[in-house]
Design a binder for this molecule. Structure first.
Ligand code: PA5
Length: 445
Protein backbone atom coordinates (compact mmCIF):
# COMPACT_ATOMS: atom_id res chain seq x y z
CA UNK A 1 0.00 0.00 0.00
CA UNK A 2 1.15 3.53 -0.73
CA UNK A 3 2.08 5.92 2.05
CA UNK A 4 2.58 9.64 2.45
CA UNK A 5 5.56 10.77 0.38
CA UNK A 6 7.87 13.77 0.35
CA UNK A 7 9.74 15.23 -2.62
CA UNK A 8 12.45 17.79 -1.91
CA UNK A 9 14.19 17.85 -5.30
CA UNK A 10 12.80 21.30 -6.04
CA UNK A 11 14.83 22.73 -3.15
CA UNK A 12 18.16 21.67 -4.68
CA UNK A 13 18.53 24.85 -6.74
CA UNK A 14 18.88 26.59 -3.35
CA UNK A 15 20.45 24.12 -0.93
CA UNK A 16 22.57 21.07 -1.63
CA UNK A 17 21.33 17.53 -1.18
CA UNK A 18 24.57 16.82 0.68
CA UNK A 19 23.75 19.47 3.30
CA UNK A 20 20.34 17.86 3.89
CA UNK A 21 22.01 14.44 4.21
CA UNK A 22 24.37 15.87 6.81
CA UNK A 23 21.47 16.25 9.26
CA UNK A 24 21.08 12.48 9.54
CA UNK A 25 23.09 11.88 12.70
CA UNK A 26 21.56 14.88 14.40
CA UNK A 27 18.04 13.82 13.41
CA UNK A 28 18.67 10.29 14.70
CA UNK A 29 19.71 11.66 18.08
CA UNK A 30 16.65 13.97 18.24
CA UNK A 31 14.34 11.07 17.42
CA UNK A 32 16.01 9.05 20.17
CA UNK A 33 15.43 11.95 22.57
CA UNK A 34 11.76 12.05 21.57
CA UNK A 35 11.31 8.30 22.04
CA UNK A 36 13.29 8.14 25.27
CA UNK A 37 11.83 11.41 26.56
CA UNK A 38 15.22 12.92 27.31
CA UNK A 39 15.06 16.17 25.32
CA UNK A 40 13.69 19.62 26.11
CA UNK A 41 10.04 19.68 27.12
CA UNK A 42 10.14 15.96 27.92
CA UNK A 43 7.13 16.26 30.27
CA UNK A 44 4.98 16.76 27.17
CA UNK A 45 5.89 13.81 25.00
CA UNK A 46 2.82 11.67 25.62
CA UNK A 47 1.71 12.26 22.02
CA UNK A 48 4.71 10.39 20.56
CA UNK A 49 3.14 6.97 21.23
CA UNK A 50 -0.51 7.99 21.27
CA UNK A 51 -1.52 6.18 18.06
CA UNK A 52 -0.07 2.86 19.26
CA UNK A 53 -1.43 3.24 22.76
CA UNK A 54 -5.09 4.03 22.06
CA UNK A 55 -6.96 0.81 22.70
CA UNK A 56 -10.17 -0.59 21.37
CA UNK A 57 -12.11 0.13 24.58
CA UNK A 58 -11.20 3.83 24.44
CA UNK A 59 -12.25 4.09 20.81
CA UNK A 60 -15.48 2.20 21.47
CA UNK A 61 -16.32 4.53 24.36
CA UNK A 62 -15.74 7.63 22.21
CA UNK A 63 -17.84 6.12 19.41
CA UNK A 64 -20.67 5.33 21.83
CA UNK A 65 -20.67 8.89 23.18
CA UNK A 66 -20.65 10.22 19.62
CA UNK A 67 -23.65 8.03 18.73
CA UNK A 68 -25.51 9.38 21.79
CA UNK A 69 -24.84 13.01 20.86
CA UNK A 70 -25.69 12.40 17.21
CA UNK A 71 -29.00 10.74 18.06
CA UNK A 72 -30.27 13.71 20.05
CA UNK A 73 -28.79 16.70 18.17
CA UNK A 74 -29.34 18.57 14.93
CA UNK A 75 -26.32 20.66 15.86
CA UNK A 76 -23.30 19.81 17.99
CA UNK A 77 -21.33 22.83 19.19
CA UNK A 78 -17.64 22.17 19.73
CA UNK A 79 -16.25 24.72 22.18
CA UNK A 80 -12.47 25.18 22.31
CA UNK A 81 -9.59 27.27 21.03
CA UNK A 82 -6.09 26.64 19.69
CA UNK A 83 -5.07 23.06 20.25
CA UNK A 84 -8.46 22.33 21.76
CA UNK A 85 -10.17 23.19 18.45
CA UNK A 86 -7.99 23.15 15.35
CA UNK A 87 -7.30 19.41 15.07
CA UNK A 88 -10.96 18.45 15.10
CA UNK A 89 -11.85 21.20 12.66
CA UNK A 90 -8.98 20.24 10.34
CA UNK A 91 -10.15 16.64 10.03
CA UNK A 92 -13.89 17.40 9.95
CA UNK A 93 -13.53 20.04 7.21
CA UNK A 94 -11.14 17.86 5.20
CA UNK A 95 -13.51 14.90 5.15
CA UNK A 96 -16.90 16.59 4.94
CA UNK A 97 -18.88 17.64 1.91
CA UNK A 98 -17.91 21.18 0.86
CA UNK A 99 -21.55 22.22 1.27
CA UNK A 100 -22.16 20.16 4.37
CA UNK A 101 -24.21 22.79 6.21
CA UNK A 102 -26.65 23.04 3.31
CA UNK A 103 -27.28 19.32 2.88
CA UNK A 104 -30.73 17.99 3.70
CA UNK A 105 -31.45 14.35 4.67
CA UNK A 106 -28.41 14.46 6.89
CA UNK A 107 -26.99 11.42 8.64
CA UNK A 108 -24.80 13.57 10.88
CA UNK A 109 -25.53 16.62 13.00
CA UNK A 110 -24.06 19.89 11.77
CA UNK A 111 -20.89 20.63 13.73
CA UNK A 112 -20.37 24.30 14.57
CA UNK A 113 -17.66 25.91 16.64
CA UNK A 114 -17.63 28.35 19.54
CA UNK A 115 -15.09 29.66 22.01
CA UNK A 116 -12.49 30.21 19.30
CA UNK A 117 -13.21 33.94 19.22
CA UNK A 118 -14.80 36.51 21.54
CA UNK A 119 -16.86 38.26 18.91
CA UNK A 120 -20.23 39.44 20.14
CA UNK A 121 -22.01 39.25 16.77
CA UNK A 122 -20.80 35.67 16.25
CA UNK A 123 -21.96 34.80 19.76
CA UNK A 124 -25.39 36.43 19.36
CA UNK A 125 -25.93 34.77 15.97
CA UNK A 126 -24.99 31.39 17.41
CA UNK A 127 -27.41 31.82 20.31
CA UNK A 128 -30.15 32.84 17.84
CA UNK A 129 -29.46 29.76 15.75
CA UNK A 130 -29.49 27.34 18.68
CA UNK A 131 -32.60 28.70 20.40
CA UNK A 132 -34.97 26.65 18.27
CA UNK A 133 -32.67 23.76 17.44
CA UNK A 134 -31.94 20.50 19.17
CA UNK A 135 -28.29 20.83 20.15
CA UNK A 136 -25.52 19.45 22.34
CA UNK A 137 -22.17 20.77 23.43
CA UNK A 138 -18.67 19.31 23.58
CA UNK A 139 -16.59 21.69 25.69
CA UNK A 140 -12.83 21.24 25.46
CA UNK A 141 -10.31 23.05 27.62
CA UNK A 142 -7.23 21.51 29.16
CA UNK A 143 -6.73 24.33 31.66
CA UNK A 144 -10.45 24.91 32.05
CA UNK A 145 -9.78 28.61 32.47
CA UNK A 146 -9.15 29.89 28.95
CA UNK A 147 -11.35 32.98 28.56
CA UNK A 148 -12.73 32.35 25.08
CA UNK A 149 -14.13 28.82 25.64
CA UNK A 150 -15.12 29.56 29.25
CA UNK A 151 -17.24 32.50 28.12
CA UNK A 152 -18.85 30.55 25.28
CA UNK A 153 -19.59 27.61 27.57
CA UNK A 154 -21.15 29.81 30.23
CA UNK A 155 -23.61 31.15 27.61
CA UNK A 156 -24.40 27.79 26.00
CA UNK A 157 -24.79 26.03 29.35
CA UNK A 158 -27.33 28.70 30.34
CA UNK A 159 -29.19 28.17 27.08
CA UNK A 160 -29.22 24.38 27.47
CA UNK A 161 -30.39 24.65 31.07
CA UNK A 162 -33.19 27.05 30.16
CA UNK A 163 -34.30 24.96 27.18
CA UNK A 164 -34.16 21.45 28.69
CA UNK A 165 -34.63 19.80 32.10
CA UNK A 166 -31.53 19.69 34.32
CA UNK A 167 -31.14 15.98 33.53
CA UNK A 168 -31.45 16.49 29.77
CA UNK A 169 -29.09 19.48 29.77
CA UNK A 170 -26.53 17.34 31.58
CA UNK A 171 -26.92 14.57 29.00
CA UNK A 172 -26.21 17.08 26.24
CA UNK A 173 -22.86 18.23 27.59
CA UNK A 174 -19.55 16.39 27.33
CA UNK A 175 -16.48 17.99 28.90
CA UNK A 176 -12.91 17.19 27.83
CA UNK A 177 -10.36 18.54 30.27
CA UNK A 178 -7.56 17.82 32.73
CA UNK A 179 -7.90 14.66 34.83
CA UNK A 180 -7.91 16.46 38.16
CA UNK A 181 -7.53 20.21 38.07
CA UNK A 182 -9.19 23.29 36.59
CA UNK A 183 -12.58 24.96 36.65
CA UNK A 184 -14.08 22.70 34.00
CA UNK A 185 -13.10 19.54 35.88
CA UNK A 186 -14.70 20.95 39.04
CA UNK A 187 -17.90 21.99 37.24
CA UNK A 188 -18.16 18.66 35.42
CA UNK A 189 -17.84 16.88 38.76
CA UNK A 190 -20.53 19.02 40.35
CA UNK A 191 -22.95 18.68 37.44
CA UNK A 192 -22.19 15.07 36.59
CA UNK A 193 -21.20 15.61 32.95
CA UNK A 194 -19.70 12.82 30.92
CA UNK A 195 -16.00 13.65 30.73
CA UNK A 196 -12.84 12.69 28.91
CA UNK A 197 -9.30 13.37 30.02
CA UNK A 198 -6.63 15.29 28.14
CA UNK A 199 -3.48 13.48 29.30
CA UNK A 200 -1.08 15.55 31.40
CA UNK A 201 1.78 14.84 29.06
CA UNK A 202 0.01 15.94 25.86
CA UNK A 203 -0.04 19.66 25.03
CA UNK A 204 -3.01 21.22 23.24
CA UNK A 205 -1.50 21.37 19.77
CA UNK A 206 -0.48 17.70 19.91
CA UNK A 207 -3.86 16.51 21.20
CA UNK A 208 -5.83 15.75 18.03
CA UNK A 209 -5.49 11.98 18.57
CA UNK A 210 -6.93 12.18 22.11
CA UNK A 211 -10.68 12.64 22.78
CA UNK A 212 -10.05 16.37 22.08
CA UNK A 213 -10.02 15.57 18.38
CA UNK A 214 -11.52 12.10 18.26
CA UNK A 215 -14.90 12.84 19.86
CA UNK A 216 -15.90 15.77 17.61
CA UNK A 217 -14.52 13.87 14.59
CA UNK A 218 -16.63 10.81 15.48
CA UNK A 219 -19.69 13.03 15.98
CA UNK A 220 -19.20 14.26 12.41
CA UNK A 221 -19.51 10.65 11.23
CA UNK A 222 -15.85 10.15 10.38
CA UNK A 223 -14.12 6.81 10.91
CA UNK A 224 -11.79 7.48 13.87
CA UNK A 225 -10.39 3.96 13.71
CA UNK A 226 -9.08 4.61 10.19
CA UNK A 227 -7.64 7.95 11.36
CA UNK A 228 -5.83 6.30 14.28
CA UNK A 229 -4.64 3.43 12.06
CA UNK A 230 -3.10 5.93 9.64
CA UNK A 231 -1.35 7.70 12.51
CA UNK A 232 -0.22 4.36 13.97
CA UNK A 233 1.23 3.27 10.62
CA UNK A 234 3.12 6.57 10.38
CA UNK A 235 4.37 6.08 13.95
CA UNK A 236 5.73 2.67 12.87
CA UNK A 237 7.22 4.01 9.62
CA UNK A 238 9.00 6.83 11.47
CA UNK A 239 10.41 4.48 14.10
CA UNK A 240 11.54 1.97 11.46
CA UNK A 241 13.03 4.42 8.97
CA UNK A 242 14.29 6.89 11.61
CA UNK A 243 16.69 9.41 10.05
CA UNK A 244 15.63 8.30 6.55
CA UNK A 245 11.92 8.79 7.23
CA UNK A 246 9.69 11.37 5.57
CA UNK A 247 9.43 13.26 8.87
CA UNK A 248 13.21 13.38 9.26
CA UNK A 249 13.61 14.65 5.70
CA UNK A 250 11.00 17.39 6.17
CA UNK A 251 12.56 18.54 9.46
CA UNK A 252 16.06 18.63 7.96
CA UNK A 253 15.20 20.38 4.71
CA UNK A 254 13.13 23.16 6.30
CA UNK A 255 15.90 23.88 8.81
CA UNK A 256 18.48 24.04 6.03
CA UNK A 257 16.25 26.45 4.10
CA UNK A 258 15.87 28.53 7.27
CA UNK A 259 19.65 28.70 7.54
CA UNK A 260 19.95 30.27 4.08
CA UNK A 261 17.44 32.98 5.01
CA UNK A 262 14.14 31.39 4.03
CA UNK A 263 12.37 32.40 7.22
CA UNK A 264 8.78 32.03 6.01
CA UNK A 265 7.20 28.70 5.08
CA UNK A 266 3.96 28.84 3.14
CA UNK A 267 1.77 25.74 3.35
CA UNK A 268 -0.02 25.43 0.03
CA UNK A 269 -3.06 23.34 -0.87
CA UNK A 270 -5.00 22.90 -4.09
CA UNK A 271 -7.99 21.46 -2.28
CA UNK A 272 -10.15 23.92 -0.28
CA UNK A 273 -11.08 21.20 2.21
CA UNK A 274 -7.49 21.29 3.46
CA UNK A 275 -7.72 24.93 4.59
CA UNK A 276 -8.02 23.99 8.26
CA UNK A 277 -5.30 21.34 8.04
CA UNK A 278 -3.03 24.28 7.24
CA UNK A 279 -4.51 26.27 10.14
CA UNK A 280 -3.77 23.33 12.46
CA UNK A 281 -0.24 23.05 11.01
CA UNK A 282 0.30 26.81 11.54
CA UNK A 283 -0.43 26.48 15.24
CA UNK A 284 1.65 23.31 15.55
CA UNK A 285 4.75 24.82 13.98
CA UNK A 286 4.28 28.45 15.03
CA UNK A 287 3.70 27.70 18.69
CA UNK A 288 6.38 25.01 18.78
CA UNK A 289 9.19 26.90 17.05
CA UNK A 290 8.51 30.62 17.38
CA UNK A 291 10.49 31.44 20.51
CA UNK A 292 13.86 32.69 21.71
CA UNK A 293 13.80 35.10 18.73
CA UNK A 294 13.94 32.11 16.39
CA UNK A 295 11.64 30.07 14.18
CA UNK A 296 10.26 29.79 10.68
CA UNK A 297 7.08 31.88 10.29
CA UNK A 298 4.30 29.51 9.17
CA UNK A 299 1.85 30.94 6.65
CA UNK A 300 -0.75 29.28 4.42
CA UNK A 301 -2.55 29.81 1.13
CA UNK A 302 -5.34 28.01 -0.72
CA UNK A 303 -4.49 27.64 -4.42
CA UNK A 304 -5.53 28.27 -7.06
CA UNK A 305 -7.80 30.76 -5.20
CA UNK A 306 -4.93 32.70 -3.64
CA UNK A 307 -2.83 32.68 -6.81
CA UNK A 308 -5.14 35.56 -7.67
CA UNK A 309 -4.30 37.39 -4.45
CA UNK A 310 -1.01 36.22 -2.97
CA UNK A 311 0.49 34.82 -6.18
CA UNK A 312 2.13 38.11 -7.11
CA UNK A 313 3.99 38.36 -3.79
CA UNK A 314 5.09 34.76 -3.82
CA UNK A 315 6.39 35.09 -7.38
CA UNK A 316 8.19 38.43 -7.00
CA UNK A 317 8.14 39.74 -3.42
CA UNK A 318 10.86 39.47 -0.76
CA UNK A 319 12.78 36.25 -1.42
CA UNK A 320 12.63 34.93 2.14
CA UNK A 321 9.97 32.26 1.53
CA UNK A 322 9.71 28.62 0.69
CA UNK A 323 6.60 26.62 -0.11
CA UNK A 324 5.40 23.27 1.15
CA UNK A 325 2.70 21.93 -1.11
CA UNK A 326 0.22 19.49 0.35
CA UNK A 327 -1.09 17.52 -2.58
CA UNK A 328 -3.66 14.74 -2.97
CA UNK A 329 -2.81 12.33 -5.81
CA UNK A 330 -6.32 11.14 -6.62
CA UNK A 331 -9.43 13.28 -6.40
CA UNK A 332 -12.39 11.43 -4.87
CA UNK A 333 -14.89 12.48 -7.53
CA UNK A 334 -14.81 12.80 -11.32
CA UNK A 335 -16.03 15.84 -13.28
CA UNK A 336 -15.25 16.14 -16.98
CA UNK A 337 -15.02 19.34 -19.03
CA UNK A 338 -18.09 19.44 -21.33
CA UNK A 339 -18.10 20.49 -25.00
CA UNK A 340 -19.56 23.89 -25.83
CA UNK A 341 -20.45 24.51 -29.48
CA UNK A 342 -19.74 28.25 -29.36
CA UNK A 343 -16.52 27.81 -27.37
CA UNK A 344 -16.47 31.49 -26.48
CA UNK A 345 -14.32 30.79 -23.42
CA UNK A 346 -11.86 28.86 -25.58
CA UNK A 347 -11.92 25.82 -23.33
CA UNK A 348 -12.90 23.21 -25.91
CA UNK A 349 -9.26 22.04 -26.07
CA UNK A 350 -9.94 20.54 -22.64
CA UNK A 351 -13.12 18.65 -23.56
CA UNK A 352 -13.18 15.23 -21.91
CA UNK A 353 -10.41 16.11 -19.46
CA UNK A 354 -11.05 15.94 -15.72
CA UNK A 355 -11.21 19.10 -13.60
CA UNK A 356 -8.54 17.48 -11.42
CA UNK A 357 -6.23 17.33 -14.45
CA UNK A 358 -6.59 21.10 -14.90
CA UNK A 359 -5.94 21.57 -11.15
CA UNK A 360 -2.83 19.37 -11.32
CA UNK A 361 -1.46 21.34 -14.27
CA UNK A 362 -2.07 24.56 -12.31
CA UNK A 363 -0.10 22.97 -9.47
CA UNK A 364 2.79 21.89 -11.68
CA UNK A 365 2.90 25.19 -13.56
CA UNK A 366 2.90 27.13 -10.31
CA UNK A 367 5.63 24.99 -8.79
CA UNK A 368 7.91 25.56 -11.79
CA UNK A 369 7.16 29.30 -11.89
CA UNK A 370 7.77 29.75 -8.17
CA UNK A 371 11.03 27.75 -8.20
CA UNK A 372 12.17 29.89 -11.18
CA UNK A 373 11.16 32.94 -9.13
CA UNK A 374 13.39 31.94 -6.20
CA UNK A 375 10.95 29.99 -4.03
CA UNK A 376 12.14 26.50 -3.02
CA UNK A 377 9.38 23.91 -3.11
CA UNK A 378 8.76 20.88 -0.90
CA UNK A 379 5.98 18.50 -1.94
CA UNK A 380 4.09 16.34 0.54
CA UNK A 381 1.74 13.92 -1.17
CA UNK A 382 -1.01 11.65 0.09
CA UNK A 383 -2.67 9.19 -2.30
CA UNK A 384 -6.24 10.09 -1.30
CA UNK A 385 -8.04 12.45 1.03
CA UNK A 386 -9.48 9.99 3.55
CA UNK A 387 -9.32 9.36 7.31
CA UNK A 388 -6.44 6.90 7.01
CA UNK A 389 -4.13 9.25 5.10
CA UNK A 390 -5.11 12.20 7.26
CA UNK A 391 -4.00 10.11 10.24
CA UNK A 392 -0.65 9.56 8.53
CA UNK A 393 -0.38 13.26 7.76
CA UNK A 394 -1.19 14.45 11.30
CA UNK A 395 1.36 12.19 12.94
CA UNK A 396 3.94 13.00 10.25
CA UNK A 397 3.62 16.73 10.96
CA UNK A 398 3.73 16.20 14.73
CA UNK A 399 6.85 14.05 14.83
CA UNK A 400 8.58 16.22 12.21
CA UNK A 401 7.76 19.24 14.37
CA UNK A 402 9.40 17.65 17.41
CA UNK A 403 12.55 16.86 15.40
CA UNK A 404 12.55 20.27 13.74
CA UNK A 405 12.22 22.13 17.05
CA UNK A 406 15.15 20.18 18.46
CA UNK A 407 17.26 21.00 15.37
CA UNK A 408 16.40 24.66 15.98
CA UNK A 409 17.37 24.13 19.64
CA UNK A 410 14.13 25.33 21.22
CA UNK A 411 11.64 23.60 23.49
CA UNK A 412 8.94 22.64 20.96
CA UNK A 413 6.44 21.74 23.68
CA UNK A 414 5.90 24.97 25.62
CA UNK A 415 4.26 28.27 24.67
CA UNK A 416 5.33 30.91 27.22
CA UNK A 417 4.62 33.77 24.81
CA UNK A 418 0.89 33.05 24.72
CA UNK A 419 0.53 34.44 28.26
CA UNK A 420 1.50 38.04 27.41
CA UNK A 421 -1.80 39.04 25.79
CA UNK A 422 -3.79 37.28 28.51
CA UNK A 423 -2.01 39.27 31.23
CA UNK A 424 -2.80 42.58 29.48
CA UNK A 425 -6.38 41.57 28.75
CA UNK A 426 -7.03 40.63 32.39
CA UNK A 427 -5.42 43.89 33.55
CA UNK A 428 -7.64 45.88 31.17
CA UNK A 429 -10.72 43.91 32.24
CA UNK A 430 -9.78 44.69 35.87
CA UNK A 431 -9.81 41.02 36.89
CA UNK A 432 -9.49 40.60 40.67
CA UNK A 433 -5.86 39.82 41.52
CA UNK A 434 -4.54 41.97 38.63
CA UNK A 435 -4.76 45.35 40.45
CA UNK A 436 -1.06 46.17 40.02
CA UNK A 437 -1.10 45.22 36.33
CA UNK A 438 -4.29 47.27 35.83
CA UNK A 439 -2.68 50.38 37.28
CA UNK A 440 0.48 49.83 35.20
CA UNK A 441 -1.35 49.26 31.93
CA UNK A 442 -3.70 52.22 32.45
CA UNK A 443 -0.66 54.45 32.89
CA UNK A 444 0.47 53.37 29.41
CA UNK A 445 -2.82 54.25 27.66
O1 PA5 B 1 -1.43 24.40 22.24
C1 PA5 B 1 -1.84 24.93 23.25
O2 PA5 B 1 -1.46 24.56 24.36
C2 PA5 B 1 -2.85 26.06 23.20
O3 PA5 B 1 -3.19 26.37 21.90
C3 PA5 B 1 -4.10 25.65 23.93
O4 PA5 B 1 -4.58 24.48 23.35
C4 PA5 B 1 -5.16 26.72 23.87
O5 PA5 B 1 -4.63 27.91 24.39
C5 PA5 B 1 -6.38 26.30 24.64
O6 PA5 B 1 -6.06 26.00 25.96
P1 PA5 B 1 -7.04 25.18 26.87
O7 PA5 B 1 -7.25 23.86 26.25
O8 PA5 B 1 -6.34 25.10 28.19
O9 PA5 B 1 -8.33 25.98 26.97
Amino acid sequence: MENLRINITKTFDFISERKVQEYKNEVASHLKALYEKTGRGNDYLGWVNLPSSIDDAQLADIEATAVGLRSKSDIVVVIGIGGSYLGARAVIDALSNSFDHLLTNRKNPVVVYAGQNINEDYTAELLDLLKDKSFSVIVISKSGTTTEPALAFRLLKDLLESKYSAEEAKARIVAITDANKGALRTLAGQKGYKTYVIPNDVGGRYSVLTPVGLLPIAVAGIDIRALVKGAHDMEKITALEAENSVAATYAAVRNELYKIGKGTEIMVNYQPKLHFVAEWWKQLYGESEGKENKGIFPAAVDFSTDLHSMGQYIQEGVRNIFETVLTVTNASREVFVPKDEADLDGLNFLVGKRVDYVNKMAELGTQLAHVDGGVPNIKIEIPELNAYYLGQLLYFFEIACGISGYILDVNPFDQPGVEAYKKNMFALLEKPGFEKETAAIKAKL
